[in-house]
Design a protein around this ligand. Sequence first.
Ligand code: FAD
Length: 396
Amino acid sequence: TSGRVVIIGGGFGGATCAKYLQRFDPDLDITLVEPKQNFVTCPFSNLVLGGLREMDSISHSYEAHSKRGIKVLHTSAREIDPTGKKVQLADGTTLEYDRLVVSPGIDFRWEDIENMSPGDAEKLPHAWNGGPQTVTLRRQLTAMPDGGTVIIAPPANPFRCPPGPYERASMIASYLKQNKPKSKVLILDAKTKFSKQPLFMQGWEALYGDMIEWVSGDAGGRITGVDIAGRALYNELGEEHAGSVVNLIPPQKAGKIAHAADLVDDTGWCPVNQRTFESSRHPDIHVIGDASLAGAMPKSGFAANNHGKVCAAAIVSALHNTTMPEPSYVNTCYSLVGPDYGISVAAVYRYSDEEGIYAVKEAGGVSPGDVGPDFREQEARYTRGWYASITSDTWG
Ligand code: FAD
């Protein structure tokens, strides 16, 4: 073989990187470590909440990876030895690597919210990782009374998927409008502005009237604690908001293994060389996806997929002692405001030694504000097309 590469995490970053490593160099010995048999995406999990999709349609297996000759181990990585270049797995095996890729996604800063702990998920699901909590939150929505309030509390920046909480509010409102029209969605935000805000607000007014209310972080939106039993959130002024359904999205940091392996800095995220995604802290280990500090790029599945490809090129170049091609990066975040109402933000990025990954001026932007329903419907179609193509690029 031309080298041994181990990848921790089979999400958007890791699964893409494994596939493209194999494509760039079929002689590599590639092992993907991922505990889940089926990966449930966060993208389109808001559509499940809105009743537009079933869980099956957002679940993806690793069959295509196995068929290509990538070893897929369904267990988790417990420890990394950066000097001995070994990974210890939960099932007791040890893997040796020439290069290691770490794409573990996010973990939560529970300590930032008073009285909140991971065990409270059944009562207050964050549903910020695709999977069982998406189902719990959906069940709570279908069980709530007409006339109830759904509270969504998004965290401060940086966090996974900047437009995600607002797409979630939209999809929940879409469900409520049809099934429980006397209900409300209250967004208590830690921030004072959010991604695609004017477009979201325009869409909310057009589709849902005043069903969705957004409270800014400087007007009492910033949540500091919870009352689990009372299904309530409180802010720094001690004001309490109780809801029929409460979706508190906690502040975030890089996934656990990144902390255990000393790959994070004091931001809680992983600093990397943004051209190769090699860790700034340990050589021959690359960190990609949400866990990495990737300059101007947002924490998105699209971005993680992109990192996976750039990182694969960097690793193959390094193992073969060849010059790596100059990377170009791209991201588009589509959001559905209604079933036939899509909006998007897109950007192209390049790398420089001074700035790291920066957005190329005038090479992106958001959907126009002054267009009719046909345009929004077309973007809703693009949204569905995007999901089909990115998931087939990542797991297909
Ligand atoms: P993940 O995809 O989370 O993958 C991490 C994987 O690592 C997991 O499978 C986990 O099991 C595994 N893992 C963790 N620790 C270990 C370990 N120790 N050993 C082995 N495996 C481990 N992005 C978009 O581009 N478009 C969207 O429309 C969009 N919508 C979203 C909607 C919502 C509601 C949310 C929450 C997010 C959305 N995102 C979207 C963001 C997207 O989900 C993330 O940015 C993306 O999943 C990041 O990829 P990743 O590889 O970093 O992490």
